[in-house]
Design a protein around this ligand. Structure first.
Ligand SMILES: *[C@@H]1O[C@H](CO)[C@@H](O)[C@H](O)[C@H]1NC(C)=O
Length: 209
């Protein structure tokens, strides 16, 4: 009797809470992040919030102005493990002709738990800079759980230049460092606005996203 009541209660709770919200796995499949970026979608959500007041939410549209500065990021982490975080744009220069796929915006390794400030920056954060007339780009956040603390053999990329950002593949990077599939993810979309030409790396002409 108690057992059946508790099942009924769990089903009800599920209906009232999580079962109404779409899962990140479904959202990443629907927006073709699988297979454009990764082959297996993560099951956990990365919470990403910007100081402008906006948050990333499974493909919502944000503006380059809103995502200028490095966001705060959180995910369900094991405090004793190390993680790699990436933000990447598969739609460079646009979703149909993605000859620069992927243009990566942020890459941090050896993050203890979810404390990004203690991680090793490989590529500094650069906000979205989709060129005029290229439509919506997808900006994908992924977190990988590392097998251990790693020695990365990558160039350090600052936010002052767009060099070496394009033709990246987070999936290949994951294979190179034996990271497996991502454990958490999220994404937003953005198109051109009048902040794009003011991005630090855009000031000298360059092809970017
Ligand atoms: C670029 O990076 C520097 C640190 O290297 C930081 O102080 C600055 O705020 C960053 N600029 C933007 C627009 O994120």
């Amino acid at each position: 009797m108690f057992y059946s009541w508790s099942i009924a209660f769990s089903v009800l709770t599920c209906q009232l809470l999580s079962c109404f919200s779409q899962s990140i796995t479904t959202a990443m499949n629907e927006h073709e992040i699988v297979p454009d970026v990764i082959s297996v979608a993560p099951s956990e959500i990365i919470k990403v919030s910007y100081s402008s007041g906006v948050s990333v939410n499974m493909g919502n549209e944000l503006t380059p102005t809103q995502v200028k500065y490095e966001p705060s990021v959180n995910w369900p982490a094991d405090p004793n493990a190390f993680y790699t975080l990436c933000m990447t744009d598969p739609d460079a220069p646009n979703r149909e002709e993605h000859t620069f796929r992927e243009w990566h915006h942020w890459l941090v390794g050896n993050i203890p738990g979810h404390d990004i400030s203690k991680g090793q920056i490989l590529s500094e954060y650069i906000g979205s800079g989709p060129p005029l007339g290229t439509g919506l780009h997808r900006y994908v956040f992924l977190v990988y759980k590392q097998p251990s603390k790693l020695t990365f053999n990558e160039p350090y990329l600052t936010n002052k230049s767009g060099e070496n950002r394009g033709k990246f593949s987070i999936a290949k990077f994951a294979v190179k460092y034996n990271l497996g599939n991502p454990v958490a993810g999220n994404f937003y979309q953005a198109q051109y606005d009048d902040y794009v030409p003011l991005l630090p790396h855009k000031r000298p002409a360059a092809q970017n996203t």
